[in-house]
Design a protein around this ligand. Structure first.
Ligand code: URA
Length: 244
């Protein structure tokens, strides 16, 4: 059994069953059963009772796997239309609802939100530094989008987007962006920021309107073509390491 453990959920001294449950996301009932079956070991001794108080300096394992090291998690998700990039929403399903099978899924953070009607790549993690490397404009992490527009795309937009444009109610122009026009009404746009409705507003500034938007890549991480809409998978080590 591969356990995902999260010691951020653990305070220095607590009951063994609570610590195991908090750090793995496995229910307290299941943990108690596992302890009874001799599956929990503390400092080399098989634990007899879940009520024993332990601390995180002790060597603790469950099902033969050490749980002392917190292991950050990284996922990619293929976001469907109609799903909101939020932790909770009264009206709509959220991207976190799609990861409900993951232990403590509610602790995951979204690395760059998408609008409700935008589809495609969403990255989620509980590693704050990694998240910052994606979302901070200073890090200039590229995000690649495929946009479909209502009107034909003006070829002058290529130069405009490259120079940076002043969006309404903003103090600074957008960072230089790369626009590759694919057909009359479709283009690939690579931006390195994540301003509010940025892609839609950039096309809006050229008197056009985005009618469909899909995120294909963040940095070197490309949406896995095997992921159906609504599906997710953990990132590979190479994908995790590609974000610097
Ligand atoms: N830009 C937008 O306008 N919408 C998105 O969802 C992402 C980028």
């Amino acid at each position: 059994m591969r356990l995902q453990t999260h010691l951020s959920q653990v305070t220095p001294f607590m009951r063994l069953d609570k610590l195991l449950s908090n750090s793995t996301g496995i229910s307290r009932t299941e943990i108690k059963k596992a302890i009874k079956q001799g599956k929990a070991v503390v400092d080399g001794i098989v634990a007899k009772s879940g009520s024993a108080h332990v601390n995180t300096d002790q060597e603790i394992s469950l099902f033969g796997q050490a749980i002392n090291e917190a292991s950050p998690r990284y996922f990619m998700l293929n976001k469907p239309e109609g799903v909101v990039s939020a932790n909770r929403d009264a009206e709509h399903p959220t991207v976190l609802d799609l990861l409900i099978d993951e232990p403590m899924y509610e602790k995951l953070n979204i690395a760059g939100r998408l609008d409700i009607d935008t589809t495609g790549l969403v990255l989620l993690t509980d590693d704050g530094k990694w998240l910052h490397n994606i979302t901070s404009p200073k890090k200039k992490c590229n995000k690649r989008y495929l946009a479909t527009t209502k009107a034909p795309i003006d070829p002058n937009s290529v130069a405009l987007f490259e120079q940076g444009i002043m969006l309404k109610d903003e103090l600074k122009p957008t960072h230089p962006a790369v626009l590759n026009i694919l057909t009359e009404n479709t283009a690939e746009l690579i931006i390195s920021e994540g301003r509010y409705h940025q892609v839609k507003r950039m096309f809006g500034a050229t008197n056009n309107r985005v009618i469909a938007l899909h995120r294909a890549a963040i940095g070197q991480i490309t949406l896995d073509p095997d992921l159906l809409s609504g599906e997710y998978r953990p990132l590979t080590q190479a994908e995790i390491d590609s974000i610097k």
